[in-house]
Design a protein around this ligand. Structure first.
Ligand SMILES: NC(=O)c1ccc[n+]([C@@H]2O[C@H](COP(=O)([O-])OP(=O)(O)OC[C@H]3O[C@@H](n4cnc5c(N)ncnc54)[C@H](O)[C@@H]3O)[C@@H](O)[C@H]2O)c1
Length: 414
């Protein structure tokens, strides 16, 4: 264990460098009480957004009267975000929220909604200004932060516009699907003093937080793991399964087992012109190896979202992210982690609360709060997704092709 590095997934993280915390966090009694220890790999630095290194910082003052928020894309996820923001604005705090956050969330005020279909805004919130054009919303509603929950292909231009307007920006997953786009957005966030994050809501799943806690405390000695995420395809989703689904488990794999140093696509199946099933092999800096399996071809109506972890002592853990249940050798474990999460939490509410705290200017005596998700992790996920998508689009890729052995050009070492 390297005591110089601290990772605290839900609560406080002191220090500006992503994924690495300073010793002062450990020496701060508050931080020490709530920190979980984990070996965090040293990563290529990604410029911290909204930090003192930025030309400007637009972090929100703790004294401001209102925190104005706008939401774009009022489909399934946008509706959830509007509902969660309303609950926060009503003061629905949780015991594990960071210091002072209960006061700040009450200042939230929805100032505008945006969807090309104005009926959606009117149905969801007839009392709010609605816009069909994002640029117009940014200019007229003057939000302090925005939530972008529009289709994935719109994320890059819309996030760039909000960051260039100096607005803290939360974007549904996947943030973008190309590393080049991520770099442009990260630079725009840094130079405009804004926070930028991607909505990886599964990190706020109590099963994920409990597992991460057990891994951090070295209560599980992992021999290997397998994620499975399968359900019949929802015709509403325009993305293929790599972009839409793998991104969740790729992120969780980093959250649990650390940075990914090697990956390859073991198998992919195409149906109706798009990738609908895939298996990806991963190796982490910790040496842990595992696979991600995603499928829209399994005709079981039940949503399967699970991880199986084989432990070196022969035991097996099963984490069910859909039913929020965790078992070890068939015996149920509580997902309550008192300083982090309660088992029936609202994950979207918690991730938005985390983003609000990330956007607030720390007091001189207060630690710099970092969200659960680190910038380098978002960057790494995007880089891997871009490779996986490219591999599935290679000329040899045909319907229902299975690659039993990875080709050299489908292996990436980092
Ligand atoms: N975190 C998760 O678990 C999760 C789950 C589902 C979807 N998502 C992500 O959320 C995003 C939206 O997915 P969804 O399932 O809510 O889609 P959806 O189809 O239900 O809703 C998308 C909405 O965006 C609107 N829209 C289209 N273009 C727009 C634009 N330029 N500006 C504003 N609004 C626009 C559409 O009219 C629609 O109302 C996707 O990127 C998806 O990957 C995340």
């Amino acid at each position: 264990m390297d005591s110089d590095r601290v990772a605290n997934p839900v609560t406080a993280r002191n220090g500006a460098a992503p994924g690495v915390c300073s010793l002062s966090a450990i020496h701060n009694p508050l931080s020490r009480a709530i920190c979980q220890f984990l070996e965090v790999p040293i990563r290529e630095p990604v410029m911290e957004q909204g930090s003192k290194d930025s030309h400007v910082s637009r972090l929100l003052s703790r004294d401001m009267g209102r925190i104005r928020v706008a939401v774009a894309g009022l489909g399934k996820m946008g509706t959830y975000h509007v509902q969660a923001l309303r609950r926060l604005a009503k003061g629905e705090s949780e015991k594990y929220y960071k210091s002072g956050l209960d006061t700040q969330i009450r200042k939230l005020e929805l100032c505008g909604l945006c969807d090309p279909d104005p009926e959606k805004s009117r149905r969801l919130a007839p009392d709010l200004p609605c816009f069909t054009d994002w640029q117009v919303l940014l200019a007229k509603a003057s939000p302090d932060f925005v939530v972008i929950a529009s289709p994935t292909e719109t994320h890059f231009p819309m996030a760039l516009q909000s960051l260039e307007a100096g607005v803290h920006t939360f974007v549904e997953k996947p943030l973008v699907t190309k590393l080049g786009e991520f770099k442009i957005l990260n630079d725009a966030a840094s130079s405009n003093g804004c926070r930028l994050i991607s909505g990886h809501v599964e990190r706020y799943n109590p099963v994920a937080i409990k597992l991460r806690t057990m891994l951090s405390e070295k209560l599980i000695d992992v021999a290997g793991y397998r994620f499975q995420r399968s359900q019949p395809r929802d015709a509403r989703i325009p993305d293929d399964i790599v972009t839409d689904k793998i991104v969740h488990d790729l992120d969780l794999a980093q959250y649990f087992f650390g940075a990914i140093i090697y990956y390859h696509m073991v198998n992919s199946k195409r149906a109706d012109g798009r990738i609908q099933e895939a298996t990806v092999f991963l190796r982490h800096t910790s040496g842990v190896e595992g696979t991600l399996f995603v499928s829209w071809l399994i005709q079981d109506a039940r949503k399967c979202r699970e991880i199986r972890i084989s432990c070196r002592d022969g035991s097996c853990m099963l984490g069910d992210f859909a039913d929020k249940k965790l078992t070890m050798d068939g015996k149920a474990l509580s997902c309550d982690v008192p300083s982090w999460v309660k088992p029936d939490n609202n994950q979207i509410k918690d991730e938005l609360a985390d983003f609000v705290s990330y956007c607030i200017l720390p007091d001189p005596d207060m630690p710099v709060f970092q969200p659960l998700l680190q910038t380098w992790e978002i960057k790494d996920s995007i880089a891997i997704i871009e490779d996986l998508v490219r591999w599935t689009q290679s000329p040899g890729d045909t319907d229902c092709r299975q690659e039993q052995e990875a080709d050299d050009d489908k292996i990436c070492k980092r």
